[in-house]
Design a protein around this ligand. Structure first.
Ligand SMILES: Cc1cc2nc3c(=O)[nH]c(=O)nc-3n(C[C@H](O)[C@H](O)[C@H](O)COP(=O)(O)O)c2cc1C
Length: 325
């Protein structure tokens, strides 16, 4: 399938694996790229420019296809060394960067200079328009359904995507709630040029996370996620567990007086314990409502091939049948 996104990134299928903390390692990124999608390494999980450089080299040893690096800008007291990290990405020869969390404007000149394509992930049409204005090549439009940070507007993709299509001239992919061929075909119908998936890619053979994480996603249904940190205007959609229940109790008890320090035990430094050790109640971890559509952990290639084959059939049989009926 050819779309403006496959053309922009030089990939076979319009399917992107979004950056994911302690999930988006070289193994997963390479598997997605080898299967014809766009795999993305998560920069902040590596933490230092040296480790990013090393992860890029590892990924290159596993694939000769294009892949990207995610750079997430988080509200933090001690920011990581972003300039050196961007230099590591450019020096590593990576030609695609996914930015998220905040306006990437200050990094665009150096990325453009190095011929790097930038896809910015955002949750609002106004932010997508801003990304377009400052020179991003594409955007990932993240609806309210998404795992991770859906923003504070709560606009689901059935509204957000056509709104984006009405306003944007640069290509965009649909992100949040995407799982299968139905998601892809619907996203294309709503004006997107492809899909970005997070949660779905965790439940795959190649995702280098603990087996219990994959099983938790398979066991979960669409009612099992919760929104946390809303009072801090840093909303995150996570899978419900003991730690999340405790955190939500604190939010309820403290109301507007809630501060980050009150919930630090449930959110800070918990990812390695969950993703690597499989300690499933160690804290809050991002997960999309789409868990309700996930009931297996195939290889990435089987997943992507299945999406593309089913999408072709959906378009050629069901949709064209309706059109001619
Ligand atoms: C476990 C997990 C960790 C994530 N970490 C990041 C991250 O570090 N940076 C980022 O930009 N997005 C992150 N995301 C968001 C994904 O890249 C993607 O936008 C989102 O998962 C899409 O929604 P879906 O889960 O419904 O597919 C994360 C998502 C998950 C599920």
């Amino acid at each position: 399938m050819k779309t403006r996104i496959t053309e922009l990134f030089g990939i076979q299928h319009p399917i992107i694996q979004g950056g994911m903390h302690f999930v988006g390692y070289a193994e997963l990124a390479a598997a997605v790229s080898n299967a014809g999608g766009l795999g993305i390494i998560t920069g902040l999980t590596q933490g230092t420019p040296e480790k990013i450089a090393n992860e890029i080299q590892r990924c290159k040893s596993m694939t000769d296809k294009p892949f990207g690096v995610n750079m997430t800008f988080l509200p933090t007291l001690t920011p990581p060394d972003y300039p050196a990290m961007f230099h590591a990405i450019i020096d590593g020869g990576v030609k695609i960067v996914e930015t998220a969390g905040n306006n990437p404007q200050q990094w665009l000149p150096m990325l453009k200079e190095a011929n790097v394509k930038v896809i910015h992930k955002c949750t609002a049409v106004r932010h997508a328009l801003k990304a377009q204005k400052i020179g991003c090549d594409a955007v990932s439009v993240d609806g309210f359904e998404c795992g991770g940070h859906p923003g504070e507007d709560d606009i689901p993709n059935f509204i957000l995507l056509p709104r984006a299509a009405d306003e944007l001239t640069i290509p965009f992919v649909a992100s949040g709630g995407m799982a299968d061929a139905r998601s892809l075909v619907a996203a294309l119908a709503l004006g997107a040029e492809g899909i970005n998936m997070g949660t779905r890619f965790i439940a795959t053979q190649e995702a280098p996370v603990h087996e219990k994480v994959k099983q938790a996603i398979i066991a979960a249904n669409e009612l099992d996620t919760r929104l946390i940190m809303r009072p801090l205007r840093n909303t995150e959609r996570v899978l419900n567990n003991v730690a999340v229940s405790r955190l939500l109790e604190k939010e309820k008890a403290l109301g507007d007086a809630l501060e980050f320090k009150d919930i630090i035990d449930e959110v800070a430094g918990v990812y390695p314990k969950i993703m690597l050790d499989g300690d499933m109640d160690a804290g809050a971890w991002s997960c999309g409502m789409v868990a309700g559509l996930i009931d297996d952990a195939p290889s990435v290639k089987v997943l992507i091939d299945r999406i593309m084959t089913d999408a072709d059939a959906l378009i050629a049989e069901r949709l064209s049948g309706l059109a001619n009926g």
